[in-house]
Write a protein that binds this ligand. Sequence first.
Ligand code: ADP
Length: 498
Amino acid sequence: MNLRLFKMNSLRFKITVLAILILAVILALYSSFTFFYFHKMLYNELDNSLKMKAQRIHNAVNAYIDVLGSDPKSFRFAASRVVARTGQHPHMNKVQKLENLWMSQVNESGFQKDYVLFLNSKSEVLARSSNLYSDVAPLFSKEIRSALSGHTVLKNQKLLKEEMRLIFRPAAYKNGQKCVIIVATSRERLIQMAKERLIIEMICVGLILVIALFFSQLFVRRIMAPIQEIIQSAKNINYKDLSMRISTDDIDLEMKDLVDALNEMMLRLERSFNYILEFSSHVSHELKTPLAIIRAESELALRGEHSPEEWRRVVSDNLEEAKRMASIIEDMLLLTRLDYQPHVFKFESFDLIEFFREMEEPIKLLAFEKNIHAQMSLAGNCATFHGNKTHLRRLFYNLVNNAIKYTPANGEIILEVQCKDEEAVIKVSDTGIGISKENLAKIFDKFFQVGGMDVAGDASTGLGLSIAQSIVKMHRGRITAESQLGKGTTFTVWLPLF
Ligand code: ADP
């Protein structure tokens, strides 16, 4: 047997102990029940035989009375003949016949080893069996009283150093005499049989428990085997290859749940790890250019003599690059939180139509500055929309800003909000330069900019649409873009209302 079993904190130990305990309780209950049933049966049998013996004594006394008459003398004689076989009667011939019959019954019933007492209604001993030397009647005054009042009493008592079972049987005779017949028989055999039965049952229970312990060990080891496999597989997974998963083939249902949970955890870890890799590579890549510009500008400036205007230009260029770097870092941090910690953003209930109405003025102002016509159409009822106002504002300003940025003067932008039963559909359309099919597939990628930073302008980081998409996802919605080069672009956002 494996020594691991004896480690108290091992699952194998606990399962085995639990199984054995349950089995032990069941077996104890079962064997107690069978033992008590057996015990009761033994006593029933003994009591029935005692009742029969008392009945025979009663019948025999009656038979004597029938023959000899029921005067007190004959009655006393009958009792003593039946119980102790003593005394002489004038009509001994008739008595002889009776006694032959009586003796055959006595032999049959095995009275020889029993103690018999025959008491009258005053609890006086009329007759006692010859093997009973001392007067035991005073010991049983309560039982005798009860028998005289017509109740048969059965009782265990140690008598003459022997464990006995006694019957106190009421008996009434023709002469009006009320008597008590007491028969005591040994219950030593019964006790012996009960003891033997108990020992056999205990041995059986013990054996069953040992066998169960052995088999439960085998079963538990088999059940636990997949855990070892899982441990081995888990050990093989390391940071170099987080894509490995623990196989769920041929695995128990409960273990499958565990493996699925572990695999899901691995997936989350892999995603986080990849995100960190992606984040650091993007940030370092994006920061490389502005840093290179700052360095080159500074080195060049330090080489020769420069006028104050030239110094001012260098410092102002460097400041622009520093701002850009700060903005990249800020956007990346926001993206990380949106994607990986969406729960940190507080949601509130508000009217979505009201929310867009508040944005109408500033949007029109922004568009007006570039001589673009902006219009807004609001329809339906979204009074109980649930979301994060700050980030939704950021999302739609972003879309509108892009629309204004990529639409030439005299163009038009339309913001259309339609609240339906289960979702709000928001469209931001423009009549701008549009996006080619090829680029349309990439515009939600981080740092993607059509034509590069120079075209998009200094403030652009290429993260605007990635952030927009993450904000939409945080609200369990979706965002798509349709565009035609030279004609314009439409961004559609679906936001669920519940
Ligand atoms: P940026 O900060 O450069 O605007 P975005 O993620 O917001 O970054 O946009 C990514 C690219 O998608 C932009 O560089 C631009 O080329 C394209 N784009 C976004 N919105 C529009 C639009 N309304 N019309 C045309 N092109 C757009």
